[in-house]
Design a binder for this molecule. Structure first.
Ligand code: SAH
Length: 363
């Protein structure tokens, strides 16, 4: 099925030649008229996928408690910035702020900054956060968030950032591109450029022909900004996403539609397109920017150490059996290894020398 964006991209490639995977991803997700996020709210049971904050309020409440603790550990700076990238429906931020209400000094010190490119989701966030006591502002880019002590959260944001892919071809790593096959249909191919050897920070002897290596320059640029600010002004960040703790070879580009995997080239603009997050690369960028990286911890271990079971017990106390069952099902989904518990990981960023539980010392 050709989508309107598919036709637009096919015409562009026919005229100009193949495009990188990164350009393909950004057109599919962010084309102002036909992009996936620009045009819809993809979240929830009726959408294409569901995220941790949409599963249970406990996720955001535990993160809120962690961020307030981080603010206290930083000496309770005022004013301070509470920022989120890719806030979806605004559910996570609403849950963070509800938990943070327990500390009125925190609520009085912060202004809330949301980095969101999708007009459709901005509208949802505005509605969700209508009653919030602290000032709330929206930004297109992380660079536009004002300077100051930064308390930052992103859940399932980094997986939406465009990756570049390289394929092992002889002794080189050639860029993988999206072009057209003989029938004029979108197809993967090999581009003219190859990976700078210094980008491949690992031995590649014995790596089989056709192996794929991914980099995410956009993620690196964003981590550089967050980590530099935390090093300069203080603060803390939590990055939550699915991905791998050690950089590895492999193709993780994936499309999801109606809660199922789809062909990434089949329906441009109509399916979500993501890649697994390389947490080792994010940790490396954090350290290069002068801040400390902690973890990544598995999401299940992080939430349990942050008090998930205790929170679930309190939330369910005195409620009917159906509500209690729903709460324990949410605990299972968020924390069990077969569900989101180990695929999802949590990386923390702090100023050098500071360790915040449940993370061990900086690595
Ligand atoms: N964090 C939310 C939503 C995850 S979906 C949750 O956990 O439910 C990804 C979010 O990132 C959406 O809000 C999407 O519009 C936003 N997004 C994707 N690419 C972006 C970019 N380059 N800049 C800012 N926001 C982006």
């Amino acid at each position: 099925m050709a989508t309107p964006l598919g036709e637009k991209l096919t015409a562009f490639i026919a005229a100009n030649g193949p495009i990188s995977i990164a350009d393909y991803m950004s057109h599919c997700l962010a084309d102002p008229e036909l992009g996936y996020y620009a045009t819809r709210d993809p979240l929830g049971a009726a959408g294409d996928f569901i995220t941790a904050p949409e599963i249970s309020q406990m996720f955001g409440e535990l993160i809120g408690a962690w961020l307030v603790h981080a603010w206290r550990a930083a000496g309770a700076p005022a004013p301070a910035i509470l920022a989120e990238a890719g806030p979806g429906r605004g559910t996570l931020m609403a849950d963070i702020l509800r938990a943070a209400n327990a500390d009125p000094a925190f609520i009085g010190a912060i202004s809330v900054h949301l980095v969101e490119t999708s007009p459709a989701l901005r509208d949802k966030q505005q509605a969700t956060l209508a009653g919030v006591k602290s000032p709330v502002a929206w930004h297109e880019r992380i660079e536009d968030v004002p300077d100051g002590p930064l308390f930052f959260i992103a859940n399932e944001f980094f997986d939406a950032l465009p990756i570049r892919q390289y394929i092992r071809t002889g002794s080189e790593w050639r860029e993988r591109v999206v072009g057209l096959d003989d029938a004029g249909t979108l197809a993967f191919g090999l581009g003219p450029s190859s990976l700078r050897p210094s980008r491949l920070d690992r031995p590649d002897v014995g790596v089989p022909e056709g192996a794929i290596f991914e980099i995410c320059p956009a993620a690196e640029a964003i981590i550089d900004i967050i980590a530099s600010r935390i090093a300069a002004f203080g603060g803390a960040a939590l990055i939550v996403d699915y991905g791998y703790g050690k950089t590895a070879f492999g193709d993780t580009l994936q499309a999801v539609k109606n809660h199922d995997f789809a062909d990434p080239l089949a329906e441009p603009g109509e399916a979500d397109l993501t890649a697994h997050v390389d947490f080792a690369a994010l940790a490396r960028c954090t350290r290069q920017a002068g801040a400390a990286a902690h973890g990544p911890m598995d999401q299940g271990a992080f939430l349990l150490a942050a008090g998930l079971l205790d929170r679930a017990g309190r939330l369910g106390a005195g409620k009917d059996t159906a509500t209690q069952r729903a709460i324990s099902e949410a605990v299972e989904r968020l924390a069990r290894p077969e569900a989101m518990g180990t695929l999802f990981k949590v990386l923390a960023i702090t100023p050098p020398g500071l360790a915040l539980p449940p993370f061990d010392g900086a690595d």
